[in-house]
Design a protein around this ligand. Structure first.
Ligand SMILES: *[C@@H]1O[C@H](CO)[C@@H](O)[C@H](O)[C@H]1NC(C)=O
Ligand SMILES: *[C@@H]1O[C@H](CO)[C@@H](O)[C@H](O)[C@H]1NC(C)=O
Ligand SMILES: *[C@@H]1O[C@H](CO)[C@@H](O)[C@H](O)[C@H]1NC(C)=O
Ligand SMILES: *[C@@H]1O[C@H](CO)[C@@H](O)[C@H](O)[C@H]1NC(C)=O
Ligand SMILES: *[C@@H]1O[C@H](CO)[C@@H](O)[C@H](O)[C@H]1NC(C)=O
Ligand SMILES: *[C@@H]1O[C@H](CO)[C@@H](O)[C@H](O)[C@H]1NC(C)=O
Ligand SMILES: *[C@@H]1O[C@H](CO)[C@@H](O)[C@H](O)[C@H]1NC(C)=O
Length: 337
């Protein structure tokens, strides 16, 4: 019960601490063609839920068929202790693609709200020379470290084979967090390469210094669907901050550009999902302009549905009721914004 208790206390603490979020630039709508430009990357993010073998032989259903030019290079993970990942080449989009599998709503929420996580310094071997004030979610960092070097080698090989100079990182949920860590990690070892990152349902990954670093160095777009509350956890009161680049899908399905870090406007996630009663976890998997995440659309979902990460599976069964109660409490302070 330690997790539960710690977390519950954090939730209560949040009640007494109103966070100050600065207002930012105007919110603007994306044009139809701007929204459409996300679609290949949305399918690439969804593809990361499919079995590595199916990704490699291009038999993963709609998520493979949507990007016919794709040439798989490497794929791995087991979908439980290690999230699936893949690397390949898209000669038509002129980019190497690196995809990270996420996890389902019932697994990601405990990972972001139970008491077993904290902000930790980056591993200096994987992230040499970064400002020591940068801190990230320890479990995201642990998960990232499991495949970091394999993905670096595969990405380097794909760049050499294709002679391309662009890498695009994609992922949904936990996979978006891993893609974001990769977009800080990979550029250090691949000089002269351009990087772009597309995250879907991205949770808060690190502290203000991390968000500042991402804002200055990473070309990030992260799409939040309606009242999905994963993008607003872990709480800002615990020191977590979203980087810029939010695109927020409205109830009427238009996409708005939400500038700033955790834009508090009611048309953006931090303002829209102001309490647990306005959050809706069914929105986490999509649709993102018609694209569903979570493995439901992989041709063969055996082994991909109900993915647990090693970290996520540590949630105690007995936590249930207290967890929900504390989640309610911990989202309350958002109403004070
Ligand atoms: C592709 O790989 C999957 C998973 O191993 C297998 O079930 C399927 O038969 C393979 N398809 C082809 C066309 O090789
Ligand atoms: C940092 O990462 C390297 C390479 O993955 C690993 O060998 C090392 O044990 C890690 N250090 C810490 C303190 O976790
Ligand atoms: C690879 O790209 C470089 C410049 O980007 C170019 O000079 C070189 O000729 C290309 N090589 C091949 C084999 O296409
Ligand atoms: C590290 O970041 C802090 C604030 O986040 C800043 O004050 C400091 O100057 C930075 N140090 C270096 C060496 O960039
Ligand atoms: C959709 O909703 C947003 C506010 O969330 C509004 O600004 C926009 O005008 C609406 N668009 C349409 C086509 O109704
Ligand atoms: C949550 O979202 C789902 C999917 O859009 C919808 O069917 C359901 O009615 C929503 N629930 C609430 C309470 O709004
Ligand atoms: C899915 O894969 C399993 C083995 O992993 C196989 O037994 C099953 O027939 C496959 N189903 C489909 C629809 O391809």
């Amino acid at each position: 019960m330690t997790f539960c208790t710690t977390f519950f206390l954090f939730g209560l603490l949040g009640l007494t601490i109103a966070t100050v979020i600065p207002r930012a630039d105007p919110i603007t709508a994306l044009s139809a063609s701007q929204v459409a430009a996300f679609k290949p990357f949305s399918y690439y993010a969804a593809k990361a839920y499919c079995q590595p073998a199916a990704v490699l032989n291009k038999s993963c259903g709609i998520n493979c068929d949507a990007n016919t030019a794709f040439q798989p290079m490497a794929a791995g993970g087991d979908g439980s202790a290690i999230q699936f990942w893949y690397v390949g080449i898209d000669p038509s989009l002129k980019t190497v693609i690196v995809g990270h599998q996420g996890t389902d709503p019932n697994k990601i929420v405990p990972l972001l709200t139970d008491g077993g996580f904290f902000l930790d310094h980056l591993n200096q071997t994987l992230f040499p020379g970064l400002n020591s004030s940068i801190e990230v979610h320890n479990k995201f960092a642990d998960e990232h470290a499991k495949t970091a070097n394999q993905i670096l080698s595969a990405t380097r090989a794909a760049l050499q084979k294709s002679n391309l100079t662009q890498v695009t990182l994609v992922g949904h949920s936990l996979g978006a967090a891993l893609a974001l860590l990769d977009s800080v990690f990979l550029p250090q070892f691949l000089p002269g390469i351009q990087f772009k990152t597309f995250g879907y349902g991205l949770p808060r990954v690190g502290n203000q210094a991390f968000a500042d670093y991402v804002d200055a160095n990473v070309q990030l777009s992260h799409v939040n669907n309606r009242q999905d509350f994963v993008p607003v956890i872990p709480l800002r009161t615990l020191g977590f901050v979203q980087p810029q680049g939010e695109k927020h899908i409205q109830d009427n399905l238009t996409w708005l550009d939400c500038p700033g870090n955790d834009n508090p406007d009611s048309r953006c996630s931090a303002g829209d999902v102001s309490s647990v009663s306005t959050g809706n976890l069914s929105n986490h998997d999509g649709p993102y302009d018609g694209v569903e995440m979570g493995g439901a659309t992989c041709k063969n979902v055996t082994g991909t549905a109900g993915i647990a990460t090693a970290a996520a599976s540590t949630i105690h069964a007995g936590c249930g009721a207290l967890f929900l109660l504390a989640t309610a409490f911990s989202l309350l302070p958002l109403q004070l914004l």
